[in-house]
Design a protein around this ligand. Structure first.
Ligand code: AMP
Length: 319
């Protein structure tokens, strides 16, 4: 139902502004840009604008638009891949005539006149492809640029089709998307190119990690370490997956010291960790979530909570 409502709103409005979350990732750029390209291709006369701050690490995917405040007056605003209102990049998203939320995170903060939330979807980009399929008979079209963006979003959020969120549907959509002519090797090079300083810090993490008896590994990246390796806080997203394949690590947490907070990145292969993230000003998916705390003392209770769920999980597994 909401897919049809969204398609009908897109048909009605001549100005459509698309937002996504702060600290974007390929799925944020992919869903926002993929949707934008799909609308432009289907309705060349509509004004379609992409909101938010540029992220230099993702400009290979797309670039964003400058939007005057007045443009919002008659616009339909669609927010992609953003669970809660505080994380919408460019807070003018409420200034339009109608607001739509399209997302795949747990819907803890429902917002918008129309909402389409599918926590089973591997990515919001996958949902954008599904939206296209739902509108195909009514004339909605995709082009190479849209396919490339949507594909990049799916690849990014599924860890190259590795995470359990990857379903038969994900593969089907991916196979349809690669039928469009875009340069996949070039896309992968951009997505997975690792700069030397990041590779060196990955090496440091791999040399120094430890694992608790219950399968928890925690990594603290202090400002001193970041300075030593010349790492910027927003680059740390590239480090988190490094512990994913290590024997015995079931759940892992990165604590990254930023200017005035400690960023927490949580990952799991079993125990549900997004309740813990939510307890500490965060949220996300059951097996991939994030939070933030003010100082290193506040990190300790998070580690304790993680130990508790890991132990419970271990007990259940050994039953
Ligand atoms: P990250 O570690 O930044 O890749 O985040 C993993 C997942 O957790 C993403 O789906 C984010 O949407 C979610 N997440 C990260 N930080 C927060 C936060 N502060 N509040 C809510 N969700 C978050």
């Amino acid at each position: 139902m909401s897919k049809k409502e969204i398609l009908s709103l897109i048909q009605q409005y001549s100005t459509i502004i698309i937002h996504r979350h702060v600290r974007p990732d390929p799925d944020a750029y992919g869903s926002q840009g993929g949707l934008g390209e799909m609308i432009k291709q289907s309705f060349p006369d509509k004004k379609v604008l992409l909101a938010g701050e540029e992220d230099s690490s993702l400009t290979f995917l797309n670039t964003l638009d400058h939007i005057d405040d007045d443009t919002y007056d008659d616009a339909l605003v669609i927010v992609c891949d953003t669970a809660n209102e505080a994380r919408v990049c460019d807070q003018r998203y409420t200034k339009g005539k109608a607001l739509v939320k399209i997302d795949h995170h747990p819907n803890l903060d429902p917002y918008g006149d129309v909402m389409w939330v599918d926590t089973e979807a591997s990515s919001t980009s996958e949902m954008i492809y599904e939206l296209f399929l739902a509108g195909k008979e009514e004339g909605f079209q995709l082009n190479e640029k849209a396919a490339r963006l949507i594909y990049a979003g799916i690849v990014g959020d599924t860890g190259r089709f590795l995470f359990p969120s990857t379903t038969e549907k994900t593969f089907r959509y991916a196979s349809e998307l690669v039928a469009y002519e875009f340069d996949r090797p070039e896309l992968y090079r951009h997505l997975y190119n690792t700069e030397h300083h990041i590779a060196h810090l990955k090496g440091y993490i791999l040399q120094n990690f430890s694992v608790s008896k219950s399968g928890l590994s925690t990594v603290k990246i202090t400002k001193t370490i970041m300075d030593q390796y010349g790492i910027q806080p927003d680059e740390t997203s590239q480090l988190v997956g490094v512990l994913g394949d290590i024997e015995g690590i079931v759940t892992w947490a990165f604590f990254i010291e930023e200017e005035d907070l400690i960023r927490v990145r949580l990952r799991s292969k079993g125990p549900v960790i997004n309740d813990i993230a939510a307890k500490y000003n965060g949220g996300g998916h059951p097996l991939a979530s994030g939070a933030s705390v003010s100082n290193w003392e506040e990190v300790e209770p998070i580690i304790e909570d993680l130990e508790t769920v890991c132990k419970q999980y271990q007990l259940e597994q050994n039953k």
